[in-house]
Design a protein around this ligand. Structure first.
Ligand code: ADP
Ligand code: F6P
Length: 320
């Protein structure tokens, strides 16, 4: 059993990271294990920016978006030399294991770190993108999808008042999950995602057809992974000859108080991660599979590509 562990958040922040950190810390302390909080992701390991945590350090954070530990994208950790320094800094403090909460890049870094140094590492998928293999869920994706829905509802009001096409670019990096969820739940007329081939002329024809059939406005959701929403919006405006406005939702999708679902799931995952790490497990990511907490091999999580759920693709076509 380990006696001292550390926790960090890395890469793009996501709502629920705080809930996950809180669960890791409180579970470890409950088990009588020392916990170090590392500021600003891997950078904090390199800069020795970490502190021994007490239970009250994670009080009043479950309701907050972002990550109170801070996060960063750290180039130095991409090198073996950098990772070795990070390891020495942990060893110096008697830290025997690490919990990494972050997206696929952070987990890839974690996998290298553990392989090279032998330090036990447990990962939690923390990203709004929901793109980590083996898990149906990543911490923050639910809040982000709800933020998009809120924006779509508002855009629908103004688009319908003006009889316009509203094109909305949403985040997700290379993954269309956010666009698909929000597009279906927001009643969009077209959803463009990188996982499904599309023909923009056909999309425009569809919009014209529905306008001719009496529809006065349309919502088009574009995942950032397919390209620029602005360019796509310009093309649609020209081709359909209809008034079109583009909104790029941007980083607003990353913030905000986490949803109930994100708080609960992040708490469950944090508890499991801490227990696993303390009990000597390593190279595992905890996520959800078919509604239950699932242990995923870390190498699989960072090397395999998540398949897009075909049911959603079918549904989106059916409901347009
Ligand atoms: P995310 O975790 O949100 O996908 P990034 O891809 O930017 O975000 O990764 C966050 C950090 O994780 C990087 O800045 C770097 O420190 C570390 N990292 C990412 N990929 C690797 C890699 N291949 N090797 C080592 N470290 C990595
Ligand atoms: O991975 C989360 C994410 O928000 C992606 O959806 C987006 O492509 C990227 O991060 C934006 O990164 P940055 O915070 O560096 O602008």
């Amino acid at each position: 059993m380990l006696k001292s562990i550390a926790v960090l958040t890395s890469g793009g922040d996501s709502p629920g990271m705080n809930a996950a950190t809180r669960a890791v810390v409180r579970t470890a302390l409950f088990e009588g294990v020392e916990v170090w909080g590392v500021y600003n992701g891997y950078r904090g390991l390199l800069d020795e920016d970490m502190f021994k945590m007490e239970s009250r350090d994670v009080a009043d954070i479950i309701q907050r978006g972002g990550t109170f530990l801070g996060t960063a994208r750290c180039k130095r950790f991409m090198t073996e030399e950098g990772r070795q320094i990070a390891f020495e800094n942990m060893k110096k403090r008697g830290i025997e294991g690490l919990c990494v909460i972050g997206g696929d890049g952070s987990l890839r870094g974690a996998q290298k770190f553990s392989k090279e140094t032998g330090i036990p590492i447990v990962g939690l998928p923390g990203t709004i993108d929901n793109d980590v293999w083996g898990s149906d869920y990543t911490i923050g994706c639910d809040t982000a999808a709800n933020t998009i829905i809120d924006a779509l509802n508002k855009l629908r009001d103004t688009a319908s008042s003006h009889s316009r096409i509203a094109v909305v670019e949403v985040m997700g990096r290379h993954c269309g999950w956010l666009a698909m969820q929000a597009g279906i739940a927001g009643g969009a007329e077209a959803i463009l995602i990188p996982e499904v081939e599309y023909n923009l002329d056909d999309v425009c024809d569809g919009l014209i057809k529905s306008y001719n059939a009496g529809r006065r406005y349309s919502l088009v959701v574009v995942a950032e992974g397919v390209g620029s929403g602005i360019e796509i919006g310009n093309y649609i405006a020209e081709k359909t000859n209809m008034e079109t406005r583009v909104s790029v939702l941007g980083h607003i999708q990353r913030g905000g108080a986490p949803s109930v679902r994100d708080r609960l799931k992040a708490s469950q995952l944090g508890e499991r991660a801490a227990l696993a790490l303390i009990n000597g497990q390593s190279d595992v990511v905890f996520g959800f599979y078919q509604g239950r907490v699932a242990a995923i091999d870390l190498t699989d999580a960072v090397t395999k590509k998540k398949e897009f759920d075909q049911e959603y693709i079918k549904l989106s076509k059916l409901l347009l």
